[in-house]
Ligand binder design. Structure first.
Ligand code: ATP
Ligand code: MG
Length: 273
């Protein structure tokens, strides 16, 4: 069967979007450390597919696929923004201008205004931090295990809140805000902490750093909507909750799309006409 496929080969995960027999968009993902699995899947299921590639590891994947015809490539940021715009339409979310944060291995921050877009910043704090710091602190390296355990965690002994510092004093800002991520480990020495607590603390760092940067970008560019994408949000309700509540607190509108990590792959698929 000849079909069309968009592939986003990222630093951690390779995401695939394609049209199935019922002409519905379908999805697959593979670790980017296993391009053989991508190749096998394509050869078994879609040997005649017309592919469009995007993502930082597209060139390496291309070498694995050893196609006789040249595989087209679309710039990652263009693919991602096209994928975001497609999902906004599909999910009937209207947003003419927004900050977009792609929480992948690292985090890239963009502004979209009147169908044009540009990159305005980023941070090395992202999904790779969740896996890397999470594993350094607990020895647990599986993504699903990390997010499951973190759900039960309590950050009270990990972080220092504004209210911990301003005890019995008039609060200058909301007491429930984090004054210091992981500062509690240094200052609340008598407390016990388990793996769940530590992992919840890591989710806190990621959510709060990313949301803070996005809120500042939204203020600077006078936009209200912040769209959060990237596989780090996949099945990760805790991270979504941290990001959502902080963004709302700062009077911005957080938007999460259903196919968190697939915007780049969708954009590559749509480019593949
Ligand atoms: P980049 O865009 O920075 O090159 P990427 O495209 O590979 O990286 P994403 O796929 O958007 O990034 O997100 C990768 C992150 O998603 C991981 O760091 C991890 O936190 C999370 N993740 C979600 N599902 C998985 C999974 N099955 N295995 C590993 N990580 C996962
Ligand atoms: Mg990516």
């Amino acid at each position: 069967m000849t079909t069309r496929i968009g592939i986003d080969a990222g630093g951690t995960l390779t995401k695939v979007a394609y049209w199935d027999e019922k002409k519905e968009m379908s999805f697959q993902k593979f670790p980017s450390s296993d391009f053989n699995a991508v190749k096998d899947w394509l050869e078994t299921n879609h040997s005649l597919a017309s592919i469009c590639l995007t993502g930082g590891r597209a060139e390496q994947l291309k070498r694995y696929l050893s196609s006789k015809i040249e595989i087209p490539y679309i710039v990652e940021f263009d693919a991602t923004m096209n994928g975001v715009m497609y999902q906004l339409k599909e999910e009937v979310v209207s947003s003419d201008s927004a900050i977009i944060a792609n929480i992948g291995t690292g985090t890239s921050i963009h502004i979209m205004q009147d169908e044009t877009h540009s990159r305005i910043g980023g941070t090395g704090v992202g999904g790779g931090t969740l896996l890397g710091l999470g594993s350094a602190l607990t020895g647990i390296s599986d993504y699903k295990d990390i997010i499951e355990l973190s759900k039960e965690g309590k950050r009270g002994s990990i972080d220092i809140l504004v209210s911990d510092i301003y005890q019995h004093n008039k609060l200058p800002i909301k007491g429930s805000l984090t004054a210091s991520n992981f500062g509690g480990i240094a200052l609340k020495s008598e407390e016990t902490r388990n793996h769940s607590d530590l992992l919840a603390g890591v989710q806190g760092i990621i959510g709060e750093v990313v949301a803070t940067l996005c809120i500042q970008a939204a203020d600077a560019h006078r936009v209200e909507d912040v769209i959060y994408i990237g596989s780090t949000l996949e099945e990760n309700e805790l991270l979504q909750k941290i990001i959502e509540s902080y963004t709302i607190l700062k009077q911005k509108k957080p938007i999460f799309l259903e196919k968190h990590g697939f915007s780049g792959a969708i954009g590559a698929l749509l480019e593949n006409k």
